[in-house]
Design a protein around this ligand. Structure first.
Ligand code: ADP
Ligand code: MG
Length: 249
């Protein structure tokens, strides 16, 4: 459905991405994982043409993004930016409905969609009338997700959607996301630095390091047969934390 095809990107002297190829299959969740600064957000932003590659191509249903109307393409994609990106001066409801209103959708249609999304994300109705700073972190993330889902996108781009949450809320939302992805059958590209999250949500996982993809495939393959020392160390670092716990018993 989407493909980064041998893309490279520099910001001045920084090589943000070098010769990266990742395929995002229809109806699957593809996870971009790696430590901070490894190029994950840059790769995600290429999928909706917020960042253009210096070299290589981005393909959406076989067509190069460089050759199509990016506004039309972006309308087919929901995007949750790193940090959520809710407008602080708009209520949760207005955040969710902004784009639909801008595109001239009727209030009835928007409200019907809103009710479906409320049911899907398990939010209490009264939350919609609050402003972002009056919401918990988990509620803000749900509103950001609702906003991205408002126009029934074919593709969902999520940049660390659960990044700033405490562990309990995070675990709950991870399970909600898994359910929502399978209910919708949407094609999802999700950025995280959390191995457990990648394992839970990812059909396909690409591990980024210093702008390159070191290894990709099912999570199980990365864990059980790392192809390089760096992959093994990334996996071990996170599994190591669990082992400390086991040791404490
Ligand atoms: P990640 O999301 O994995 O933390 P990013 O894709 O945001 O990484 O960034 C990769 C590298 O590119 C980092 O070194 C970052 O500082 C740099 N970078 C990203 N965007 C810009 C930009 N707009 N201008 C300059 N440097 C950037
Ligand atoms: Mg990032």
């Amino acid at each position: 459905m989407l493909k980064l095809d041998r893309v490279s990107k520099r910001f001045n002297t920084v090589r943000a991405l070098t010769d990266v190829t990742v395929e995002f299959e229809r109806g699957c969740t593809t996870v971009l994982i790696g430590s901070s600064g490894s190029g994950k957000s840059t790769a995600l932003k290429m999928l909706n043409a917020l960042v253009r590659p210096d070299e290589g191509r981005v393909l959406f249903e076989g067509q190069q993004l460089a050759n199509v109307d990016v506004h039309a393409v972006r309308r087919r994609m929901g995007y949750v930016i790193q940090g959520g990106g809710l407008f602080p001066h708009l209520s949760a409801r207005d955040n969710v409905c902004l784009l639909a209103r801008h595109l001239g959708h009727s209030a009835d249609a928007a409200n019907a969609r809103l009710e479906a999304l409320i049911a899907m994300t398990h939010l209490p109705m009264d939350v919609l009338d609050r402003y972002p700073q009056q919401l918990s972190g988990g509620q803000q993330q749900r509103i950001a997700l609702m906003r991205a889902l408002m126009l029934k996108p074919e593709v969902l781009l999520l940049d660390e959607p659960l990044g700033a949450l405490d562990p309990l809320v995070r675990a709950e939302l991870q399970l909600d996301l898994k359910r929502i992805f399978s209910e919708l059958g949407t094609t999802v590209a999700l950025v995280t630095h959390d191995l457990a999250e990648a394992a839970l949500l990812g059909d396909h996982v690409a591990l980024f390091h210093e702008g390159e993809v070191l290894q990709q495939g099912p999570m199980r393959a990365l864990v059980e047969s790392p192809q390089s020392e760096m992959v093994r160390r990334f996996v071990e670092a996170q599994r190591g934390m669990l082992r400390h716990l086991e040791g404490a018993h």
